[in-house]
Structure formats: C-alpha cells, structure tokens
Design a protein around this ligand. Structure first.
Ligand code: ZN
Length: 232
C-alpha cells in the first residue's frame, strides 16, 4: 500500500488524474458552475473512462455534435492548471474564474470570439504617431496569432492615413511599415468603430494606461489578474 500518494488539496488517500480533474472538491466546484450538465451517478463519477465517455460521446448523442459548444476540453485543462498553481505556486484560483476563462478560450477556438490585446506605450511624437504604432502592433500580433483581417479604430485620421499615405509625409516611416504589413493580409480592412461601441477595447486601454510599468498582453479573454471592467 502506498502512503505517499494522497491529494495535497483535500487529503484523499489515492490521488490520480481522475481524482484531480473530476473528484477533488475544487474540481467538482468548477464542473458544477460550468454549462456541462452534471448529475449523480452519471457525471462526474470515479472512473476516468466513464467520464470521458460521457463527455465525448453520450452527451453529443443528446445535443448533436455541431451544437456542442461545451468547453469541457478547456475545463479539464484549466482544472489541471489550477491544481498545479495550487500545488507548486500556492495560488488559489477562483472556480468561477476558471469556468469563465475556459468558456472564452473555447469560444475563441470556435471562431466566434475576438482576440483582444492591450499594451501601454512610452510617449510618441504625437497622438497620431501613437495610433499608427498601435495599429502596427495589432497587425503584427494578428499575423502571429490569428487569421483576423479586419481592424477597428476610433481614430478617423488613422483610416485617412492608410488610404492616402502620401498625404501624410511626416508619418512616412510609420506608414511604410503598415503598408509592408498589409501585404501579409489577403483581405485587409480597417473600419471606424466609435469608442462607445467597443467597450472592451476602451476599458483594456484604460487599464493599460493605469499601469506604471510596461504592460503587454494578448489573448482570447481578459486575464484573471486584470481588474475586470464593471460592465463585463
Ligand atoms: Zn483532492
């Protein structure tokens, strides 16, 4: 009998992957807060095979696979990460945050959600220089992380500059880098989006500005360590 294999989070004597992902109380809390339907004796149960069978097959028979937007692969992954955060770094993750994070990552992979990012900048020559720099940063990131072709800005002058770069000689160098980047996009579009219609971007920008150190983030959801904007 092994005595060194108990769960460090709940004291259960036989720690296993099934236990960590489906049975340990913090994991159970995540499943019960998630959209995945749970019921006693069906899911979750103390068998990893039965649980995976339920998640992969049985549940789809009820729903139809094309309707399945259940983020269970992300839930499993984030439950596992939360376990490691607790054991190796002493960090407690809020179960509801885990569910939200898993859902938004899942949505992003289903192609519905937008990739979002924010960073703060050192001061540039003018606010317009900054707008061009921000667009360049966004385009570079989209090239690396997604197939996104459409960009939105609340700066009408930026759109004018991109349409007619020769008319803005003092921005020649900056606009040249945008032109070069555009070649990498098959269907590049930039449209005007008033600030009031893009509250996520606006609040991310405000949060980034409030940081005194360099700040850089890109992802499918607002990271849990960022203060959450009140309307979201
Ligand atoms: Zn446990």
């Amino acid at each position: 009998m092994r005595c060194d294999n108990y769960c460090l989070r709940c004291g259960e004597p036989d720690e296993s992957a099934t236990h960590d992902i489906f049975e340990c109380p913090p994991a159970l809390q995540v499943w019960s807060l998630s959209a995945t339907s749970t019921s006693p004796d069906i899911f979750p149960v103390p068998s990893i095979y039965a649980n995976m069978d339920y998640l992969f097959w049985r549940k789809n028979n009820i729903l139809g696979p094309e309707l399945d937007r259940d983020p269970y692969p992300w839930l499993i992954w984030f439950i596992w990460k939360a376990r490691n955060d607790k054991l190796f770094r002493g960090i407690d993750r809020d179960p509801l945050e885990i569910v939200r994070h898993a859902e938004s990552e899942c949505q992003a992979c289903m192609g519905k959600a937008q990739l979002m990012g924010t960073r703060n900048h050192i001061r540039r020559e003018s606010p317009f220089h900054l707008e061009v720099e921000v667009l360049r940063w966004a385009m570079e990131n989209m090239l690396q992380h997604s197939t996104c072709q459409s960009f939105g800005t609340d700066c009408k002058e930026l759109i004018a500059m991109i349409k007619e770069p020769r008319a803005w000689p003092s921005f020649a160098t900056e606009l040249e880098s945008i032109e070069t980047l555009q070649i990498c996009f098959l269907d590049f579009k930039i449209t005007y989006v008033p600030r009031t219609q893009n509250q996520i971007s606006d609040s991310l920008a405000k949060i980034a500005r409030s940081f005194h150190r360099d700040f850089y983030f890109i992802g499918c959801s607002i990271p849990v360590w960022l203060p959450r904007p009140p309307q979201l």
